[in-house]
Design a protein around this ligand. Sequence first.
Ligand code: PLP
Length: 402
Amino acid sequence: MRRVYLDHAATTPVHPQVLEKMLPFFKELYGNPSSIHQFGREVAIEIDKAREKVAKGINAQFPEEIFFTSGGTEADNLAIFGVAKALKDKGKHIITSVIEHHAVLDACESLEKEGFELTKVPVDSDGLIDLEFLKSAVRDDTILITIMHANNEVGTIQPIKEVVKIAKEKGIYVHTDAVQTFGNIPVDVQELGVDLLTISAHKIYGPKGVGALYVRKGTKIKGISYGGGQERKIRPGTENVPGIIGFGEAAKICIETFEKNKEIARLRDKLIDGLLKIEDVKLNGHRTNRLPGNVNVSIEYIEGEALLLSLDMEGIAASSGSACTSGSLDPSHVLLAMGLSHQTAHGSLRLTLGKDTTEEDIDYCLKVIPEVVERLRKMSPLSRNDSQREIERSECSCTLKK
Ligand code: PLP
């Protein structure tokens, strides 16, 4: 059976060149980079090289602006709690959006419980944040605005430059979670103008369990864990050396192979157009202002979970929301915030393409998915048959006449 992996937003396979680069750091290059002997020093030099590569990947001015963490989740937490800790005497108001990843949303809500005030910016039906709302939400005691660069579920890209414009007038820090954008669309901290930015290695064909927080020089932030002096005390703990080395290499390859995203976007559009031909299927997220690899559709009258299992049996790996929240049967907070009903949100399907996705993969999906949808709709209690549709139509016209 053909196997088609369309869950690149959840994670990506490690690039062979990345793995090769990492392997010596499990074997001969095993020194602790904090040690002053040669074993340690040679590893410390390689970590600095990886830091330079990651810095270059996001156009950071100084490699020291990169703080390695255990992933995107920790980097988001460090940005939010670290700035809150450093600026709590200046103000206690934080602004975020309703569609953030839980690493941001839950961190902000935790601060709220500790006495901070939180404002969540709503989004429109395409998943774009309301800039006017944001403008009016800014207060004299606002210390941080944290809005994601692009959403992990629906792929909508946010106007971060506009957010920065609003924030800078008042001297407010801006953090953006760029976990889903780095490697897929240009992520340039100078161009965006943000103060803090989160990235993660396993979304860019690097290893799992390593990420980074970019902190613009001069930004006030405090560490939120305690230990040694690693990462200039902002993130203490012996470094995940092979992970960091792999992250550096993955960041380098990302820039070198950036052009591939055009082809990914072409395949994405082919998949979207094909899926929209199925009756009662709607695209979630912005039609054009979206990540090159993201397809998210709502398929009425079927359960997302049943669809995922059926597709899995056909060899297609997809997702019904964010991988981090699957396992919970709650409908996606992102789709609900965009105005979808619980039932429609439950019938959502996310397919995320990557650098290894082929035309044949997309053709296979466009053959299999309509068949599976038809089969499930026939069995589903949610499904409407033609006579039900007729009844609904006449009821609808009666209501309109009234
Ligand atoms: N932020 C976003 C937007 C994500 O999509 C994810 C993971 O899916 C994370 C943060 C968490 O990153 P990590 O898995 O590296 O902890």
